[in-house]
Design a protein around this ligand. Sequence first.
Ligand code: ZN
Length: 296
Amino acid sequence: MVPSGSPRHTHWFRIGDLELLVVSDGVMRQDAGAVFGLVPRIMWEPYAGPLDEQYRMALGLNSLLVRAHGKTILIDTGTGAKGSRAPGAVSTESSGKLLANLAAGGIRPEDIDIVVNTHLHFDHAGGNTRTEAGRPVPAFPRARYLIQKGEWEAATHPNERTRGTYLAENIEPLADARQVEQVQGEVQVVPGVRLTPAPGHTEDHCIVELESGGDYAIYVGELAQHPVMLERLAWISAFDVLPLVSLETKRRLTEKAIEKRATLISVHAAYPGLGRLRAEDSKRRWEALKANGADA
Ligand SMILES: [Zn+2]
């Protein structure tokens, strides 16, 4: 991976021919116990960072911009800035900055050709739409939004457990504007960019694999909420609807990441969320990378 010659403040980096930029939607705060699931507090507390008075930890909201083959692709859209009812005790006071941060990188909403959602939870699809004249409308007026068919079904038919996170205002305006392209299974977005099923967090949750010129990267979606959860397979969040499936998905993808020396882009790690997994004895070790993809 070669750091590109783009201006420093925008932190573009390359995977072969693909140009990448991690763009933050800000930070949200979420109940730390729920993030770490069955793991006892005494074990996760050293990793969670400072908790607020409601026992919430800070989670990054790292979206990924990809320029390839003349297309500009945005992967995940954070919580958005509509001031939606976030589920439970989640704080979105410091999120909703995606459009401003895209603008700072010289990207206008109409520049986005394709939006990819790893899944449709409020913190990955919230920025799909924005408020105009009091109503939610697609935030990226020219974009096709690629969404797994099964995820679309789950999100548009939520149950008692999922309806707090599948918010109609993030989803329905896309269908009304005929901007949704439902896909199934593994899909090539453009050459070198693949939407790949990675079930567990939701049944149809996906990651995005980026492969070009011998370099390989994975946008991990909700495979893990914190890098330590990539090191420890059994650490799985309480939000996952199929935790034992998550375990096997994580086993397979972390082995692949180690073998191929993947650059990993973690949605919820601190910005920019870039790192690499290394096998050390019988353990896995996360090594953070700098915003330009170089060793930290
Ligand atoms: Zn999430």
